[in-house]
Design a protein around this ligand. Sequence first.
Ligand code: FAD
Length: 382
Amino acid sequence: MLDLFIKNETQKNWLQKLQDQEAEFKSKSEYHDEFSKFPKENISRLIEMGYTELTLPSAYGGGGLKTYDLALLQETLARFDGATALSIGWHMGAVGEIFEKKLWDDENLELFAKEVQKGALINRAVSEAQTGSPTRGGRPGTIAVKKDGHWVISGRKNFTTMSPVLTHFLVSAWVDEKKAIGFFLLHKDLEGLSIEETWDVISMRGTESHDLVLENVVAPNSKLVEINHGPRGAQLNGWMIHIPACYIGIAQAARDYAIQFANEYSPNSLNGPISELPNVQNLIGQIELELMQARHFLYSAAEAYDDEQRRSYITNELGAVKHTVTNSAISIVDKAMRIVGAKSLQRKNPLQRYYRDVRAGLHNPPMDDVTIQKLALTALNK
Ligand SMILES: Cc1cc2nc3c(=O)[nH]c(=O)nc-3n(C[C@H](O)[C@H](O)[C@H](O)COP(=O)(O)OP(=O)(O)OC[C@H]3O[C@@H](n4cnc5c(N)ncnc54)[C@H](O)[C@@H]3O)c2cc1C
C-alpha cells in the first residue's frame, strides 16, 4: 500500500534500509512491552545508520528530509515496533521544527547541529501532573529564576519519552522575569537533573516515558533557547505528523497479522480458511477502506505543509489528520482482533499489544476535542 506514496529514490533507499531492520526490531517488541524496557538497541542502530540526522536541514549537515518523508519512514518503523517509532519520532520532529523555523539563535543551532551529527537525542519535556496537556495553555509549575547571571530551574515533568537515552531535554518553565514560558536546552549530565522511573502504563510501555526531576539545575543564560508568549499548540507545526504516522504503522501491522491469520486459519467446520467467509471479507474490506482514507489524508496534508506556497492555506488539516488517523488506527486494530477472535487476547499475540498501543494516540497532541472545536471556530469565523 505504501508504494503508491513513494516519490523518490531517497525515500526508497531509506525505506529499504529500515526494511533490513524489520526482523531484528520486531523480535524484541514483546520483551520491551512485557518488562516496560526501552528499545535501546533499536535506537543505537538508528543512530549508527544516520537516521537521527535526517530531519536536520542539509545546510546544517543533515539529511534535509521533509515532513512527507518523515511520515513514510516513521510509519514503517511503527509497523516493526511502535515504542521505537514514537520515541525516535519526538526527536525527529523536534529537530525538524527547531531548524525549519530557526527557533533558536544561530550559535545554539550551529552547536546543536554538530551534536545531532554525533548522535545527540532530544525531546521536549513539557507535560506536568498539575498542568495536564501543555497544549491547553496551562502555566508550567516548573520555574526558572535568574541568580548570579545564570538560570536556576526547578520542577518535575511527567511523560518524558525516551528518558533512558536522551542526551538533551528541552524543558518548559515559567520565567517570571519575562512573564512568559521559556524553553531551556539542558544536557542530561547537569547537576540536579534526574530521572525518576514512574512509567507504569498499559500503552507504549517500551517508551519509558518517566518523570524528569529538576532540582536547582543551573543553566547558562544562553540555554534559554525559546520564549513562548502563547500556547505552543497554537503554532502550525507539520513535524507533529510523526504522531499519526506512528499509529497508522501500528494499524498496518495489525492488518497484516489479521490477513495472514485469515488466510491460514482453517477450523474443521470449514473446507478452507476463514478468508473465504463473507463476514471476514467484510471486516477486511472495511480495514482497507479506513487505511486508505487515513493514509491519503495523512500524505496529502504533509505534502501541503512541505510546499511553502500551500502551507499558508493550511488551517486545521494537521490536527484533523491526527484525529482521523489515530481514531482509524483504533478502529482498524479492533477489526483485526475481531477477525482473529479470542486468540487475539492471548498475551503472546501481538494484536493485544497493538490494541493497547494505539490507545496512546488519543493522549498525544493535539487532543480530539481541541481539534473539533478549532474546526468549528474556523467555520464560524471566530
Ligand atoms: C505514550 C505517551 C508519550 C508522551 N510523550 C510525551 C513527551 O515526550 N513529552 C511531553 O511533554 N509529553 C508527552 N506526553 C504527554 C501528552 O502530551 C499529554 O500531556 C498527556 O497525555 C496528558 O494529557 P491529558 O489529555 O491526559 O491531560 P489533561 O490535559 O489533564 O486532560 C485530562 C482530561 O481533562 C480534560 N481537560 C483538562 N484540561 C482541560 C481544559 N483546559 N479544557 C478542556 N478540557 C480539559 C481533557 O479533555 C481530558 O478529558 C506523552 C503521552 C503519552 C500517552
